[in-house]
Design a protein around this ligand. Sequence first.
Ligand code: ATP
Length: 645
Amino acid sequence: MSVPAIPASSSDENAEAQAAGRAKHASVFWGLLPFVWPQNRPDLRVRVVLAFSMLVFAKLVTVSVPIFYKDATDRLTAASNGETVSTGMGLAFGVAMLILAYGTGRVLTMVLTQVRDVIFTEVGQNAVRHLNNRTFQHLHRLSLRFHLERRTGGLSRVIERATRGIELIIRMGILNVVPTALELALVSGILFYYFDWRYVLIVVATVVVYMWYTFAASERRIAIRREMNDSDTDANTKAIDSLLNFETVKYFGNEEAEARRFDASIARYEKAAIKTFRSLGLLNSGQAVIFTVGMTSCMLLAARGVMVGTQTIGEFVMVNALMIQLYMPLNFMGMVYREIKQGLVDLEAMFALLEEHPEITDKPGAQPLEVTQGNIRFENVCFSYEHDRRILKDLSFEVPAGKMVAIVGPSGAGKSTISRILFRFYDIQSGRVTIDGQDIRDVTQKSLRSAIGVVPQDTVLFNDTVLYNIRYGRFEATDEEVFAAAKLAQIDAFIRSLPQGYRTMVGERGLKLSGGEKQRVAIARTILKGPPILILDEATSALDSHTEREIQDALDSVAKDRTTLVIAHRLSTIVHADNILVLEKGKLVEQGTHGELIARNGLYASLWARQREAERAREELAQALQEAVRSGALTPEDVAIEGAS
Ligand code: ATP
């Protein structure tokens, strides 16, 4: 009989998880250090040293304040008991000086702390900026697959929270943990000097128990905070997703369903937030009890000392003042611990992003692509996005330099995939893709991508001006070059007709422009880029047939002398292509010129026949509508609505 394996106890697992968590936090903490002590910024390092000197000085002043207080009390007590030897004036002067010193000490403590914080702000902000920059650049290095799988709302939230985390760790950790430890050491020294070891023992024991309690309670709270963060991110992503899909929500009248979905995430957040605050109350109360027990014990001891004559009243007062002063940073320490841990949790997410390896990388020593003619070859290419579903199957074809090759085929055949592979958004599993004999995996991605211009299927624009969006093709281009490109793309006249002309804002993702206008902007910026190789992915899909014809001329002139790969649905746009590849389920089933393929009477011929049929039907409908308008059965407005739908 086999004995079932004994599962690890949950406390073992907890301990392991906690140890792993601590190791991760430590690595995040060390990872942050180079940003706080930047090698290339001696000025910032000077600031760090200055800030630390300030904090040591401030603490020395802080602990001397209760001593002034003690001396003043003792002098006044002696005077009231008639034990003093000084004259009235001398006594008043001495006490006044002590009280002044007390006041000055308190002011100095505050001022020095503020100055220290201001000095350190620059270091902190510099760290925030560099880490943010590094993450942003890294996000752009990651693959398309990563971005398709991650949600943008979630990503921006991670960065936002990490920014707060860095600030907290720097400000609270470095500028509070060190001074508090220093203060504890100084207070212990003073207690030992004026009193005895029992006081030191009570204070140290109080601080140890206080810390232990704070850390333990905070650990519990961090798990709750994590849940709060997760539900916050979730609610935020849902809201962004829902608003981005504003039109779709309206098409289906699903506002209520969206609100319910959003509310479900917010409800999770609400529950977690209440739990967080409840645990905060518990933590604060516990801290107050522990510290008060310690402080009253010291005061009882001191009171007894006063009664038996070993301690002065001033010392009784001083012990209270010292403890209350220590309580302030300690009380803050509880928050510091919580916030640092929280900051570390937030930063952990950002560091995890930074550790994400880009799927597509340049080979070590990769050379720039040298385009001599622009000849593209796919040799026995097999590719799948996911393991169990092959998209391209042993695909081989050539796009000779300067020629136009079109890829056609049913939806989902893998046409756009070919352009993504050529642009190296994904690497293939077997076979080879070359440009002028150079495997695209051996050259730098930057050079490869700068050699290829893409007019994509769905054009998304930046929420900026039309001018900015066209100039995106080549930032150095002059205004005249931008206008010339827009003219070629047949969009110049339209832009100039807008009240703000080229300065018109296009709205988020370019939504203020029609599909055809967006596409022409995309064509203009590709013209401006002026690459030797061109990929037109359904480039004229969003245009009506009149505009399409106009733009087709523009595209033809752009494509002239350039190697061009056209991914087309409307076969009428590619009848003049030098070669047409017919793709079906990732396989090349036919190729040839339009005439050859029609004569062959295969898949292409049937696609062509079907499209002609559809076009004829459209033409007949248009004629019928015109007829109806002429006979008065329909108004031109009715026809416009019909046409739109
Ligand atoms: P269409 O003419 O409709 O644009 P297409 O021939 O261009 O189609 P592709 O976009 O190349 O088709 O897609 C080929 C297949 O790969 C499709 O079945 C699609 O579902 C799948 N596919 C596309 N992108 C991904 C992805 N990122 N992850 C997984 N599968 C994908």
